[in-house]
Design a binder for this molecule. Sequence first.
Ligand code: IPD
Ligand code: CA
Ligand code: CA
Length: 259
Amino acid sequence: MQALLNTATKAARRAGEIAIRQLKHLDEVNVRNKGINDFVTQVDEAAEACIIETIQKYYPDHAFLAEESGNLGENEYTWIIDPLDGTTNFIHGLPIFAVSIALRIKGRLSIGVVYDPNRQEMFTAIRGRGAQVEGHKIRVSGRRYLDDALIGTGFPYRSHERMKSYLAMLEQVLLNTADVRRPGSASLDLANLAAGRLDGFWEFGLNIWDIAAGSLILREAGGLISEIEDKDDYLTTGNIVAGTPRVHDALKKLLTPHL
Ligand code: IPD
Ligand code: CA
Ligand code: CA
C-alpha cells in the first residue's frame, strides 16, 4: 500500500507543479466550455496526462477513471482522478485548487491523496491507517454543536434544478452556525474538513473524482460523510453531507426538511 501511495503523491505533486507554473502565465491559458459553467483548460489536460503517465510507469495494468479522459481500461485497481479541482478558481488566478487522486481496489476506496499546490500541502490516507497532512496525523475538529461550527459548501452553479431548495438550506445553515465558506474545490474542502479547519460540509451534484480521495481522507480522520437523502451510495449521487460525527448528524437533520 505504501508503494501505491508514494506513486500517487509523486503524480499529484507533478500535476500541482504544472498548475502552479501556468498560474504565472494565465493569459496563455486556453479555456473551453464543457457545459454550463463547466470549463476545461490545457492545464487540466496536461496535469491529467502527467498523473496517468506517472502511475502507468509503475502499474501498467491498472485502470483509470479520470475527469478529462473518462474510463481507461478495466482492472481491480482503478485510479480515480481529478487533475485540477477548482478550475474556475484557477482560471481567475484565485489560488484555491487541488489535485485529487484515489485508488479503488476491488470496489473499495483504499488510497486517497489531495494535494494543495498553493500551500504545498499533501493530504493522504490509506484505508484503516488514518489520515495525514505532510506526514503529520490529522483528526477532524472536536466541535460538536452547529452554533460554533464553520460549514463549507458548494453552490449549485452548474445545475440550477435544486436552487430553491439549496437556498432554503443555506438560510438555515447561516441562521444556525458560526458561518459558511464556499472555497470552490470540493476535494480540498473535504481535506480541510479532515484537518479540523472546517466542521461540516454539504454540496449537491458532485462527481466521483471530486470526492473519492477527500472522503477517504475525511473518514480516516474520524469524520463522517453520507448521502443527503440516504438514497444511494454518496459516491454515485454526489449529494453529500459531511462533518465531525456530531456536526454531520446535526447538519443532516437541518438540511433534510428542505430537500
Ligand atoms: C468543481 C469544484 C467545485 C464544486 C464543483 C466541482 P472542477 O470541480 O470541486 O468546488 O462546487 O461542483 O465540479 O470542475 O473545478 O474540477
Ligand atoms: Ca472537480
Ligand atoms: Ca477538475
